[in-house]
Write a protein that binds this ligand. Structure first.
Ligand SMILES: Cc1ncc(COP(=O)(O)O)c(C=O)c1O
Length: 394
């Protein structure tokens, strides 16, 4: 048999999804893969029931149903104060995952360099490999996840064409400040590059932090490509609805790439989710308050247990520092944790380019009972470690 693809031969199983399988195997509370265990807003699911009989059930326009794009444009303008043309500046995709892939295939050539902050959301590595681009990693240094503007500029001196900016950030919960975003924008403009944003957590931000849209900064309207999604904002990760917002020249290209990748997002789901895009501010305030509550339950619980963590400014993840247990291999530690303590986390090393093995990531988009159960189980962690004897992770 002929060799399979060289390009994808080093792809590994997603560590996050592997941890979910391990959680299921040991009956652990699964705080690894980030999805809510509560229902989407009822108005959206009620509308889905109507759509099931009314339709549409056939292909929508490849770059997204018109009413859905109109609603995205209106919502984006409301929050960012940027007016976008739903015809020429928006493409609806199958989640932000496809938005990012279609963008990368639209703007990069093989061997183009793309800057990625590390730690990073695991798909970005695969996105660069699939598009043939080469990543240059710039560290966000724990525990504050600050970066050096010199290191960023050095990356662009090597000819980087674009930067992927995850803001608010998964896994570290960083919300970039106006000063940081301005400094990034200045470098990007100086080297005539693009910023590709991943803003799926735009509405999950903890006061006093605020989400600032990169595209709204001076001179960034044309060179920012926004990738976003309805997955997190409306608790519909399984619906696979996302979008790209960019200038018409870029969108023209993304439309074509998207057409050949997936043809289009699911027509009935776009129709049902349009209701959500039209929610007023109250919905987003309540969403933020709900996440602030979940954060209080889980991160507050970690605090009471005396575990070391970085307080997230946004998104719904927390990185816990497990150095006190002498962890040398965080992957083995997470497997052990799921089996013997009964809580599943993601090993931090899967997010870092640097040699970091002392952090593990929990997500807290869960109901109180689930989070309290996880905290109760974690209360036994120190004792379990003390009794662990010879373990592979030390
Ligand atoms: C930073 C980030 N971007 C994108 C995604 C995937 O988004 P979607 O469901 O829209 O493909 C996730 C999911 O966890 C994420 O954390």
């Amino acid at each position: 048999m002929k060799e399979l693809s060289e390009r994808t031969k080093d792809f590994t199983d997603s560590v996050i999804r592997r941890m979910t399988r391990i959680a299921n195997k040991y009956g652990a509370v699964n705080l690894s893969q980030g999805f809510p265990d509560f229902n989407p807003p009822k108005q959206i699911t009620d509308r889905l029931s109507e759509v099931a009989s009314e339709g549409p059930h056939q292909y929508a326009l490849t770059w997204g149903a018109k009413n859905f794009r109109d609603a995205i444009a209106a919502k984006y303008e409301h929050f960012s104060e940027i007016k976008v043309d739903p015809e020429s500046e928006i493409v609806v995709t199958c989640g932000s995952t496809e938005a990012m892939m279609a963008t990368m295939l639209s703007i990069t050539n093989p061997k183009d360099k793309v800057v990625i902050f590390s730690p990073f959301y695991e798909n970005y590595g695969a996105d660069t490999i699939l598009s043939g681009a080469e990543p240059i990693y710039v560290p966000l240094v724990p525990p504050d996840f600050t970066f050096s503007i010199e290191q960023l500029e050095n990356a662009f001196k090597q000819g980087a064409k674009a930067l992927i900016l995850c803001n608010p950030s998964n896994p570290c919960g960083k919300v970039f400040t106006f000063e940081e975003l301005t400094a990034i924008a200045d470098v990007v403009k100086k080297y005539d590059a693009y910023v590709v944003t991943d803003e799926v957590y735009e509405h999950i931000v903890y006061a006093p932090n605020k989400h600032i849209y990169m595209q709204a900064l001076d001179g960034m309207r044309e060179r920012t490509i926004v990738c976003n999604s309805l997955s997190k904002t409306y608790s519909i990760t399984g619906w696979r609805l996302g979008y790209v917002i960019a200038n018409p020249e870029i969108i023209d290209r993304v439309k074509k790439v998207h057409d050949f990748l997936t043809v289009g997002a699911a027509a009935p789901l776009m129709e049902a989710a349009t209701v959500g895009l039209k929610f007023d501010d109250k919905y987003y305030d309540e969403l933020a308050a709900h996440y602030a509550h979940m954060k209080e339950v889980f991160v507050g619980g970690l605090e009471k247990l005396g575990l070391k963590y970085t307080d997230p400014q946004g998104a719904y993840y927390v990185l816990v520092d497990v150095s006190e247990f002498g962890v040398k291999d965080d992957v083995k530690f997470c497997e052990w944790l799921a089996q013997y303590v009964g809580v599943a986390a993601v090993p931090g090393s899967s997010f870092f380019r640097e040699d970091v093995h002392n952090l593990i990531r929990f997500h807290f988009a869960k109901q109180d009972d689930t989070l309290n159960e996880a905290i109760n189980r974690l209360a036994g962690l120190r004792k379990a470690v003390a009794e662990a004897g010879d373990v592979e992770w030390r």
